[in-house]
Design a protein around this ligand. Structure first.
Ligand code: UD1
Length: 429
């Protein structure tokens, strides 16, 4: 895998534009198989997860036409099959959204058990419980989940855990089911609302997205639509934290500040200067940082995806901060890497105790997953000396040109491609 060479100590400054949301893009893309008419998606981020999902759709037989760097037109008349290929599916967890959409449109889906970032056990029992309640027959054999139903029927489903993935999958399945579906205790993330807006533009009848209860009246077919994916709040939060960590002054453009309220509140509590305008946020990291306690929760709580990055900021706050990770069991894999850079962090179960105040120092570290990779990138920007970050492909799964955008703000980051290492290690003949 490629490496990033990061030289720390620069204050980031300038303006950066946020790309389209990864989590919204990977939810709206599988929805294209629901229609027979032309669908156009704009503001798709240029990230590996989107490329993979588009390749899966092409493999299933959806003709696509690229319109510029971030827009794609789809003409999904008839598909070739309902089994997305394993070698693509294993690259991204969200490919399992095709369970919901293929089942809705074709009454059949065969999807390999999903992979994705290693954040501890990631069961899909709530997805399967919902499909079963809608009348689907489910078989799991040799790593493949096979779902079938003559026609799905609406059902009343209560999720035992608030799950983004289960909410998306069950919405996709329910839009063309017979009758009404009520989904209770669902995720309220902005990406869920974005998916509902796209599906409603296609002719679906979804009410309540963004609240705990979503009501869907099934329709027999869905038509064409054009949709602009919302800005990526996690990417925006990443730049906010990068500005704060480096003591910089950065304007983050084309964001929806309402999606970032928990992050804005925490940054203010830490002592970071934040100015909010209707579509932009200015972050200035000035003076001493205060230690804080932080708990992650489903939206509108503090997002788990920014927890590793917030931990980097808290290593700079003089005193003890406590982070409690409430969403995923195994989301502290970045801690050992941060310790290699001199961070003083102790993990006890779901809690991490951070003794901050000592500067980080550059070191060789490894990106264990997408957000851990971004956190280590920020740690490298804040640290004294050089950091060599390995396995950076994780970062490109979900961030649109992150290193270029950070370099545009004055960060000293250089990518070394795998071939470079191969060439160096080759002995002369
Ligand atoms: C999505 C996001 C990810 C984010 C996470 C939480 C996408 C593509 N990914 O992941 O960036 O970190 O939400 O905000 O949108 N669970 C079960 N049973 C299930 C489903 C989930 O127990 O059937 C548990 C999970 O193990 C986890 C919690 O519910 O502890 C939340 O997971 P979920 O919201 O489903 O996360 P993802 O959709 O995988």
């Amino acid at each position: 895998m490629d490496k990033l060479i990061i030289r720390g100590g620069q204050r980031l400054s300038g303006k950066v534009k946020v790309s389209g949301s990864k989590n919204a893009a990977v939810a709206v893309l599988p929805a294209v198989v629901l229609s027979q008419d032309k669908l156009t998606l704009h503001n798709l981020p240029d990230i590996t997860d989107v490329h993979t999902m588009v390749s899966i759709l092409e493999d299933l037989g959806v003709p696509i036409r690229r319109r510029g760097a971030n827009s794609i037109e789809f003409r999904p008349s008839m598909l070739r099959g309902y089994t997305p290929p394993y070698d693509l599916v294993k690259k991204m967890r969200a490919s399992y959204y095709l369970m919901g959409s293929l089942l809705a449109r074709y009454g059949r889906a065969e999807v390999p058990i999903p992979g994705g970032c290693d954040l501890g056990p990631r069961p899909i029992d709530q997805h399967l419980k919902g499909f079963a309640a809608m009348g689907a027959n489910i078989e799991i054999e040799r790593g493949l989940i096979s779902l079938s139903a003559n026609r799905l029927r609406g059902a009343h489903i209560y999720l035992d855990v608030v799950s983004v993935g289960a909410t998306v999958n069950l919405m996709l399945a329910a839009v063309m089911a017979e009758g009404k579906t009520v989904l209770e205790n669902v995720a309220k993330e902005p990406e869920i609302v974005d998916l509902a807006n796209f599906l409603n533009a296609m002719g679906a009848s979804i009410k309540g997205a963004g609240t705990d209860v979503i009501r869907i009246t099934g329709v027999s077919e869905l038509g064409g639509a054009e949709h602009v994916v919302i800005p990526d709040r996690i990417e925006a939060g990443t730049f906010m934290l990068a500005a704060a960590i480096t003591g910089g002054d950065v304007v983050i453009d084309e964001v929806i500040p309402k999606h970032l309220e928990a992050v804005l509140a925490k940054l203010r509590e830490v002592g970071v200067d934040v100015e909010v305008e209707p579509e932009r946020i200015r972050v200035r990291g000035m003076g001493e940082l205060e230690p804080v306690d932080l708990k992650t929760f489903p939206y509108p709580g503090f997002p788990t995806d920014l927890q590793p990055l917030m931990m980097v900021l808290l290593t700079a706050a003089r005193g003890t901060s406590v982070i409690t990770e409430n969403v995923f069991d195994g989301r502290f894999r970045h801690v050992d890497e941060l310790k290699r850079m001199g961070a003083r962090i102790k993990v006890e179960g779901r809690t991490a105790i951070i003794e901050g105040g000592e500067p980080l120092s550059g070191a060789p570290v490894t990106a264990t997953d997408l957000r851990a990779g971004a956190a280590l990138m920020l740690a490298g920007l804040a640290a004294q000396g050089e950091t060599v970050l390995s396995d950076v492909e994780h970062i490109y799964r979900g961030y649109d040109h992150l290193e270029e955008k950070l370099a545009g703000l004055g960060g000293l980051i250089r990518r070394e491609r795998r071939d470079h290492y191969r060439a160096r290690s080759r002995k002369p003949v």
